[in-house]
Design a protein around this ligand. Structure first.
Ligand code: IMP
Ligand code: MG
Length: 359
């Protein structure tokens, strides 16, 4: 029995959807446990690119179970779009089990309109997340089961029973550690919990049932919306990374802010979430750089202290075995493992499902 949680250790957009899609093959049940349609998970299968906003990546496999647990803010219009997408896949909606917990808060047009008016200061995704969450905290917002009385699905009970029977469950995080309402860069955060505890409070399973926590990282950092970004980079190299990595919001299309990897911040996120596996995505984006900095420490005045990493200057998108990585790339990965005190278990070298190298 494996109960895995997939988390982004920075500000979102690390490719969690893509990692979940790869891992989901070995899982029976996939769940979203936080956020809402503010997230956008991009999955590439052959020549097709799919973006889902609410449904977890298990939905790409016929026969698997996909669940929205409480704590996921459900916009029925967006859910309908996701379902329409699923209907284009083999087996369609009828060939899968898709369930929404009756306690999920419902995002209304009014929430979206309010977010459009007031979300500018934070740079929200304008998906109604903050206003919907306010109504939930005020205990005035409608929930899924009231809108659709025929649905009485209890995700917490379902998951408890299935995990006890040995089912493998994957929990797909949304956003990232530093966008957490409590532990992020408040007020420049999202209106939900993006840290591991949300699996327990939102999906309603006990902490002891979680067996694996995967932390997802890019070898550089991005951020969309306002808020502090210590290692932010401007100018040509940032523009190069944005273009090379397609760093534009999956939900809003906004250009993402670009910066360097901040190891002290990542370490803190690893500690707080009990991460035991690290996955590196989008390494190939840096293939052409002769060198790039990584923040290894924070100075007395709060300034980032960088170490210059030598680039590998070799395309790695075709690599399928870890021994075939260029030597400089292997050195970089070894440096990350030493710095993070954790094994790196998977490295993605491109957007396609099988462009994933097991370490
Ligand atoms: P909200 O979640 O739409 O209220 O936006 C609050 C902040 O979180 C803004 O800075 C957004 O850009 C950011 N944010 C929300 N969802 C995502 C995501 O999926 N990836 C990255 N940033 C996000
Ligand atoms: Mg995203």
């Amino acid at each position: 029995m494996t109960v895995a949680v997939i988390l982004d250790l920075c500000y979102g957009d690390s490719g969690k959807g893509r990692v979940c899609h790869y891992l989901a093959k070995d899982f029976d049940i996939g769940c979203r446990f936080n956020g809402g349609a503010n997230s956008g998970h991009t999955i590439v299968i052959g020549d097709n690119k799919y973006v889902t906003h609410l449904l977890p990546a298990t939905v790409f496999y016929p026969g698997k179970v996909s669940i929205l647990t409480p704590g996921v803010l459900v916009d029925p219009i967006v859910l309908k779009e996701d379902l329409k997408l699923v209907d284009t896949l083999k087996g369609g909606v009828a060939g899968r089990i898709i369930r929404v917990d009756s306690r999920c808060p419902v995002v209304s047009d009014k929430h979206v309109a309010t977010d459009e008016k007031t979300g500018g200061k934070i740079g929200t995704t304008k998906r109604g997340i903050g206003p919907c969450m306010s109504d939930q905290v005020n205990r005035t917002g409608p929930r899924w089961g009231e809108l659709y009385p025929a649905t009485t699905f209890d995700a917490a009970e379902y998951l408890y029973n299935h995990i006890r029977r040995g089912r493998n469950v994957i929990f797909e995080g949304a956003q990232g550690h530093y966008l957490d309402l409590w532990h992020g860069t408040y007020p420049y955060v999202t209106s939900s919990t993006t840290t591991v505890g949300a699996v327990c409070t939102n999906a309603g399973i006990p902490p002891k049932m979680i067996t694996d926590v995967y932390g997802i990282l890019k070898p550089y950092t991005t951020r969309v919306g306002e808020g502090p970004f210590l290692t932010e980079e401007f100018g040509p190299v940032a523009d190069f990374i944005r273009e090379e990595g397609g760093e534009y919001g999956a939900t809003t299309g906004r250009p993402r802010r670009i910066g360097w990897l901040n190891l002290p911040e990542v370490r803190r996120a690893i500690e707080m979430n009990g991460v035991n596996w690290v996955v590196i995505t989008k390494s190939d984006v840096l293939d052409k750089l002769s060198s790039f900095p990584v923040c290894v420490d924070i100075g007395l005045k709060g300034e980032p202290i960088y170490r210059e990493i030598q680039g590998w200057e070799t395309p790695i998108t075709e690599v399928t075995k870890s021994r075939d990585f260029p030597p400089k790339f292997k050195e970089f990965i070894a440096f990350l493992e030493r710095s993070l005190h954790l094994p790196i278990t998977l490295i993605s070298v491109g957007p396609e499902c099988d462009q994933m190298v097991k370490m």
